[in-house]
Design a protein around this ligand. Structure first.
Ligand SMILES: [Zn+2]
Length: 169
């Protein structure tokens, strides 16, 4: 008896789905790259349509993101939640549901096993046993995402940072 395999799309958030503030855009007192207020939420062009296409093509969606120091003083949880919840709400209104949201909250110096490109966030998930490894994808804008895909043996789809979200499968 063969098990039904499931296609997953592991999708990075910052710079891929939403605009990641550049160093130039960082104001004094702000933490570079951190999306920590509703005002910093800018969904990139093509995101809603692109995600809808993935869903229509049978992909289950997993958001996977490194959020340095989330929950610590430099990045209080409510500052993260407000733009994140809004993003999820907008997605949901368009029929897009993320089955899982996986976040590494560590700093590079913590040397955890879950910060991309490390695979600790997914290694022990039960769903990994039934994943369609041929058709599943990692979608992201950084070299880190690419390496993450390589480690999992999955196809990588690159989105150029802060540009149009476009996935050709
Ligand atoms: Zn971690």
């Amino acid at each position: 008896m063969s098990e039904q395999l499931t296609k997953y799309a592991f999708i990075d958030r910052d710079g891929t789905l939403i605009h990641e503030p550049t160093l130039k855009e960082t104001k004094p007192g702000d933490v570079p790259y951190q999306i920590d207020s509703l005002g910093k939420l800018k969904i990139l062009p093509g995101v809603i349509n692109g995600l809808q296409k993935l869903v229509a093509a049978g992909y289950r969606l997993v958001m996977i993101s490194n959020q340095d120091g989330l929950g610590a003083e430099i990045f209080p949880r409510p500052s993260f939640d407000s733009p994140q919840n809004k993003l999820l709400e907008i997605c949901e209104d368009s029929g897009i549901i993320f089955e899982m949201i996986l976040i590494c909250t560590h700093l590079p110096v913590d040397d955890c096993n879950c910060r991309k490109p490390k695979t600790g966030l997914v290694d022990n998930l039960p769903m990994m046993e039934n994943i369609d490894r041929v058709n599943s994808v990692v979608i992201g804008n950084s070299h880190t995402d690419k390496k993450f895909a390589e480690k999992l043996g999955l196809k990588f789809v690159e989105i150029k940072t802060n540009t149009t979200f476009k996935v050709i499968l």
